[in-house]
Design a protein around this ligand. Structure first.
Ligand SMILES: [Cu+2]
Length: 130
């Protein structure tokens, strides 16, 4: 395994976040939210890929989220998070509570993965009337 890791870099290994609604990948993903939005997001770590791995998915600054289920099993420990480990083959549903306007990033928290693609930014606009 260390030899394989030493032979892979961002020129020969591309990691992808794919928005299943639009088919857009990584920086093409064009989420846009407004303060006060509460958004249910399904994170699927598909096994149909060359190299299944766990991915710690992080949403930067826009707000906070609850993990509400893993593989359709309700999460018994509801705590606010900004990162969730999505294990290989796992489906995780989160409820994102948007509270901060700005331009924010979402990405895998493994540096090699976000450097090779698993990252995008999205705008959060202020609440209407404020
Ligand atoms: Cu990753």
């Amino acid at each position: 395994m260390p030899e394989i890791n030493a032979r892979t870099d961002s020129s020969n290994m591309i990691w992808k976040l794919v928005d299943q609604d639009t088919g857009k990948e990584n920086w093409e993903i064009d989420w846009a939210f407004r303060v006060g939005d509460q958004v249910k997001i399904r994170l699927v770590n598909d096994m149909e890929q060359d190299h299944p791995m766990h991915h710690p998915f992080h949403i930067h600054g826009a707000g906070r989220f609850l993990v509400i289920s893993r593989d359709s099993e309700a999460e018994p420990n509801l705590v606010w998070k900004d990162t969730v480990l999505v294990r290989a083959g796992e489906t995780v549903d989160i409820l994102l509570d948007i509270s901060n306007p700005g331009l924010w990033m979402a990405h895998c928290h493994i540096a090699e993965h976000n450097q090779s693609g698993m990252m995008f930014s999205f705008p959060v606009s202020a609440k209407e009337g404020s």
